[in-house]
Design a protein around this ligand. Structure first.
Ligand SMILES: C[S@@+](CC[C@H](N)C(=O)[O-])C[C@H]1O[C@@H](n2cnc3c(N)ncnc32)[C@H](O)[C@@H]1O
Length: 221
Protein backbone atom coordinates (compact mmCIF):
# COMPACT_ATOMS: atom_id res chain seq x y z
CA UNK A 1 0.00 0.00 0.00
CA UNK A 2 1.34 3.46 -0.85
CA UNK A 3 2.19 6.12 1.72
CA UNK A 4 -0.47 8.81 1.29
CA UNK A 5 0.32 10.84 4.39
CA UNK A 6 2.43 13.54 2.75
CA UNK A 7 0.76 13.93 -0.62
CA UNK A 8 4.24 14.04 -2.11
CA UNK A 9 3.77 12.54 -5.58
CA UNK A 10 6.95 10.45 -5.40
CA UNK A 11 6.16 9.12 -1.90
CA UNK A 12 2.73 7.95 -3.06
CA UNK A 13 4.00 6.02 -6.05
CA UNK A 14 3.08 8.65 -8.67
CA UNK A 15 5.72 8.16 -11.31
CA UNK A 16 6.58 11.32 -13.17
CA UNK A 17 8.14 10.14 -16.41
CA UNK A 18 10.02 12.94 -18.20
CA UNK A 19 9.02 11.71 -21.67
CA UNK A 20 5.44 10.59 -21.08
CA UNK A 21 4.80 13.38 -18.56
CA UNK A 22 5.67 15.95 -21.22
CA UNK A 23 3.85 14.00 -23.92
CA UNK A 24 0.64 13.97 -21.88
CA UNK A 25 0.89 17.70 -21.16
CA UNK A 26 1.28 18.37 -24.91
CA UNK A 27 -1.39 15.80 -25.87
CA UNK A 28 -4.08 17.18 -23.55
CA UNK A 29 -3.19 20.72 -24.62
CA UNK A 30 -3.61 19.76 -28.29
CA UNK A 31 -6.73 17.63 -27.72
CA UNK A 32 -8.44 20.33 -25.64
CA UNK A 33 -10.75 21.60 -28.42
CA UNK A 34 -11.73 18.05 -29.51
CA UNK A 35 -12.52 16.95 -25.95
CA UNK A 36 -14.30 20.19 -25.30
CA UNK A 37 -16.65 19.76 -28.23
CA UNK A 38 -17.40 16.19 -27.06
CA UNK A 39 -17.77 16.93 -23.34
CA UNK A 40 -18.57 20.64 -23.23
CA UNK A 41 -22.38 20.37 -22.98
CA UNK A 42 -22.09 18.02 -19.95
CA UNK A 43 -19.40 20.18 -18.38
CA UNK A 44 -21.67 23.21 -18.61
CA UNK A 45 -24.40 21.29 -16.75
CA UNK A 46 -22.23 19.50 -14.17
CA UNK A 47 -20.14 22.55 -13.31
CA UNK A 48 -23.06 25.03 -13.28
CA UNK A 49 -23.26 27.34 -10.27
CA UNK A 50 -19.81 26.65 -8.81
CA UNK A 51 -18.87 29.15 -6.12
CA UNK A 52 -16.87 29.48 -2.92
CA UNK A 53 -13.80 27.29 -2.44
CA UNK A 54 -13.45 25.01 -5.45
CA UNK A 55 -10.80 22.28 -5.56
CA UNK A 56 -9.88 20.48 -8.77
CA UNK A 57 -8.07 17.16 -8.64
CA UNK A 58 -5.84 16.47 -11.66
CA UNK A 59 -6.61 19.71 -13.53
CA UNK A 60 -3.98 18.92 -16.20
CA UNK A 61 -3.44 21.92 -18.45
CA UNK A 62 -6.73 23.56 -17.46
CA UNK A 63 -9.49 21.99 -19.57
CA UNK A 64 -12.10 22.96 -16.99
CA UNK A 65 -11.07 26.55 -16.37
CA UNK A 66 -13.49 27.96 -19.01
CA UNK A 67 -16.34 26.54 -16.89
CA UNK A 68 -15.37 28.41 -13.71
CA UNK A 69 -16.76 31.86 -12.98
CA UNK A 70 -14.38 34.65 -13.99
CA UNK A 71 -12.62 35.96 -10.89
CA UNK A 72 -13.01 32.72 -8.92
CA UNK A 73 -10.23 30.93 -7.03
CA UNK A 74 -9.28 27.32 -7.76
CA UNK A 75 -7.11 25.06 -5.64
CA UNK A 76 -5.48 22.70 -8.15
CA UNK A 77 -4.04 19.35 -7.01
CA UNK A 78 -1.75 18.35 -9.90
CA UNK A 79 1.20 15.99 -9.39
CA UNK A 80 2.52 16.16 -12.97
CA UNK A 81 4.68 19.25 -12.93
CA UNK A 82 4.93 19.21 -16.74
CA UNK A 83 1.27 20.27 -16.74
CA UNK A 84 1.91 23.29 -14.51
CA UNK A 85 3.01 25.88 -17.09
CA UNK A 86 -0.04 25.20 -19.30
CA UNK A 87 -2.33 25.25 -16.28
CA UNK A 88 -0.98 28.58 -15.04
CA UNK A 89 -1.33 30.08 -18.53
CA UNK A 90 -4.94 28.82 -18.81
CA UNK A 91 -5.78 30.30 -15.41
CA UNK A 92 -4.40 33.64 -16.53
CA UNK A 93 -6.42 33.48 -19.79
CA UNK A 94 -9.68 32.66 -18.03
CA UNK A 95 -9.29 35.08 -15.11
CA UNK A 96 -9.09 32.34 -12.47
CA UNK A 97 -6.90 32.77 -9.39
CA UNK A 98 -4.92 29.52 -9.15
CA UNK A 99 -3.55 28.01 -5.95
CA UNK A 100 -1.51 25.16 -7.43
CA UNK A 101 -0.22 22.28 -5.32
CA UNK A 102 2.09 19.53 -6.55
CA UNK A 103 0.39 16.73 -4.64
CA UNK A 104 -1.75 13.68 -5.31
CA UNK A 105 -5.51 13.60 -4.79
CA UNK A 106 -5.18 10.68 -2.38
CA UNK A 107 -3.77 13.20 0.11
CA UNK A 108 -4.58 16.83 -0.68
CA UNK A 109 -3.38 18.27 2.64
CA UNK A 110 -6.56 20.39 2.80
CA UNK A 111 -8.52 20.68 6.07
CA UNK A 112 -11.68 18.64 6.73
CA UNK A 113 -14.86 20.27 5.40
CA UNK A 114 -12.98 23.12 3.72
CA UNK A 115 -14.26 22.88 0.12
CA UNK A 116 -17.63 23.91 -1.31
CA UNK A 117 -17.03 21.79 -4.38
CA UNK A 118 -14.47 19.35 -5.76
CA UNK A 119 -14.34 18.89 -9.52
CA UNK A 120 -12.59 16.42 -11.81
CA UNK A 121 -12.54 15.29 -15.40
CA UNK A 122 -10.73 12.19 -16.71
CA UNK A 123 -8.84 11.72 -13.44
CA UNK A 124 -10.31 8.78 -11.48
CA UNK A 125 -9.19 6.59 -14.40
CA UNK A 126 -5.59 7.65 -13.75
CA UNK A 127 -5.20 7.84 -9.99
CA UNK A 128 -3.51 4.89 -8.32
CA UNK A 129 -6.26 4.42 -5.71
CA UNK A 130 -9.75 5.69 -6.68
CA UNK A 131 -11.32 4.59 -3.36
CA UNK A 132 -8.73 6.58 -1.39
CA UNK A 133 -9.29 9.61 -3.63
CA UNK A 134 -13.07 9.46 -3.19
CA UNK A 135 -12.65 9.18 0.60
CA UNK A 136 -10.37 12.22 0.49
CA UNK A 137 -12.91 14.14 -1.62
CA UNK A 138 -15.63 13.40 0.95
CA UNK A 139 -13.33 14.41 3.80
CA UNK A 140 -12.52 17.85 2.39
CA UNK A 141 -16.09 18.71 1.31
CA UNK A 142 -18.19 20.73 3.73
CA UNK A 143 -21.70 19.43 4.56
CA UNK A 144 -23.88 20.40 1.61
CA UNK A 145 -20.87 20.47 -0.72
CA UNK A 146 -20.63 18.50 -3.96
CA UNK A 147 -18.26 16.44 -6.05
CA UNK A 148 -18.81 17.16 -9.77
CA UNK A 149 -17.17 14.68 -12.12
CA UNK A 150 -16.84 13.57 -15.73
CA UNK A 151 -14.97 10.32 -16.36
CA UNK A 152 -14.48 7.68 -19.00
CA UNK A 153 -15.48 4.21 -17.88
CA UNK A 154 -15.63 0.52 -18.69
CA UNK A 155 -18.04 -0.23 -21.54
CA UNK A 156 -20.83 -2.80 -21.19
CA UNK A 157 -19.71 -6.43 -21.65
CA UNK A 158 -20.10 -7.84 -25.13
CA UNK A 159 -19.70 -4.53 -26.95
CA UNK A 160 -16.97 -3.67 -29.50
CA UNK A 161 -15.81 -0.87 -27.19
CA UNK A 162 -15.33 -3.34 -24.33
CA UNK A 163 -13.35 -5.65 -26.63
CA UNK A 164 -11.13 -2.73 -27.65
CA UNK A 165 -10.61 -1.80 -23.99
CA UNK A 166 -9.47 -5.35 -23.21
CA UNK A 167 -7.18 -5.54 -26.22
CA UNK A 168 -5.57 -2.15 -25.70
CA UNK A 169 -5.43 -1.89 -21.90
CA UNK A 170 -1.65 -2.27 -21.61
CA UNK A 171 -0.46 0.14 -24.31
CA UNK A 172 -3.23 2.52 -23.20
CA UNK A 173 -2.02 2.55 -19.60
CA UNK A 174 1.60 2.88 -20.70
CA UNK A 175 0.93 5.82 -23.01
CA UNK A 176 -1.42 7.70 -20.68
CA UNK A 177 0.56 7.30 -17.47
CA UNK A 178 -1.37 4.57 -15.71
CA UNK A 179 -4.81 5.44 -17.10
CA UNK A 180 -7.19 2.46 -17.01
CA UNK A 181 -9.93 2.31 -19.62
CA UNK A 182 -11.61 -0.50 -17.64
CA UNK A 183 -12.80 1.05 -14.37
CA UNK A 184 -16.41 0.95 -13.20
CA UNK A 185 -16.29 4.44 -11.77
CA UNK A 186 -20.04 4.79 -11.32
CA UNK A 187 -19.85 1.86 -8.86
CA UNK A 188 -16.81 3.45 -7.17
CA UNK A 189 -18.67 6.75 -6.63
CA UNK A 190 -21.85 5.01 -5.49
CA UNK A 191 -19.87 2.89 -3.01
CA UNK A 192 -17.94 5.86 -1.61
CA UNK A 193 -20.57 6.88 0.95
CA UNK A 194 -21.92 10.11 -0.55
CA UNK A 195 -25.40 11.19 0.62
CA UNK A 196 -26.68 11.58 -2.95
CA UNK A 197 -25.32 10.45 -6.32
CA UNK A 198 -26.66 11.40 -9.76
CA UNK A 199 -24.98 9.85 -12.78
CA UNK A 200 -25.62 10.18 -16.51
CA UNK A 201 -24.06 7.82 -19.08
CA UNK A 202 -23.14 9.10 -22.51
CA UNK A 203 -20.89 8.34 -25.41
CA UNK A 204 -18.37 10.55 -27.11
CA UNK A 205 -17.13 9.92 -30.64
CA UNK A 206 -13.35 10.06 -30.96
CA UNK A 207 -10.88 7.86 -32.85
CA UNK A 208 -9.79 6.50 -29.43
CA UNK A 209 -12.39 3.72 -29.14
CA UNK A 210 -11.48 2.52 -25.59
CA UNK A 211 -12.11 6.08 -24.35
CA UNK A 212 -15.60 6.67 -25.72
CA UNK A 213 -17.89 5.46 -22.88
CA UNK A 214 -18.42 8.20 -20.28
CA UNK A 215 -20.25 9.19 -17.15
CA UNK A 216 -20.96 12.65 -15.75
CA UNK A 217 -22.49 13.39 -12.40
CA UNK A 218 -22.79 15.09 -9.06
CA UNK A 219 -22.35 13.48 -5.63
CA UNK A 220 -23.42 15.35 -2.54
CA UNK A 221 -22.24 15.06 1.08
C1 LIG B 1 -6.15 12.35 -18.48
S1 LIG B 1 -5.46 13.71 -17.63
C2 LIG B 1 -6.87 14.79 -17.47
C3 LIG B 1 -6.50 16.23 -17.24
C4 LIG B 1 -7.69 17.20 -17.15
N1 LIG B 1 -8.49 16.95 -16.00
C5 LIG B 1 -8.52 17.15 -18.41
O1 LIG B 1 -9.72 16.86 -18.34
O2 LIG B 1 -7.95 17.42 -19.49
C6 LIG B 1 -5.29 13.02 -15.99
C7 LIG B 1 -4.73 14.00 -14.99
O3 LIG B 1 -4.75 13.41 -13.67
C8 LIG B 1 -3.50 13.68 -13.07
N2 LIG B 1 -3.26 12.68 -12.02
C9 LIG B 1 -2.78 11.42 -12.16
N3 LIG B 1 -2.68 10.81 -10.97
C10 LIG B 1 -3.13 11.71 -10.06
C11 LIG B 1 -3.30 11.67 -8.64
N4 LIG B 1 -2.99 10.59 -7.94
N5 LIG B 1 -3.79 12.78 -8.03
C12 LIG B 1 -4.13 13.88 -8.76
N6 LIG B 1 -4.01 13.96 -10.10
C13 LIG B 1 -3.52 12.89 -10.73
C14 LIG B 1 -2.51 13.66 -14.20
O4 LIG B 1 -1.30 14.30 -13.87
C15 LIG B 1 -3.29 14.40 -15.28
O5 LIG B 1 -3.17 15.79 -15.17
Amino acid sequence: MSDTTTGDPAATGFELHPGRGRFNAAFFGAMGPVLDSAMGPRKRRVFAGLRGTVVEIGPGVGANLPYLPHGSTLIGIEPNRYMHAGLRAAAERHGVELDLRERVAESTGLPDGSADAVISSLVLCSVRDPEAVLAEVRRILRPGGSFRFLEHVRAPEGTPTRAAQRALRRPWAWTFEGCSCERDLERAVRDAGFRTVEVEHYRVHTPFLPFNTHIAGVAGV
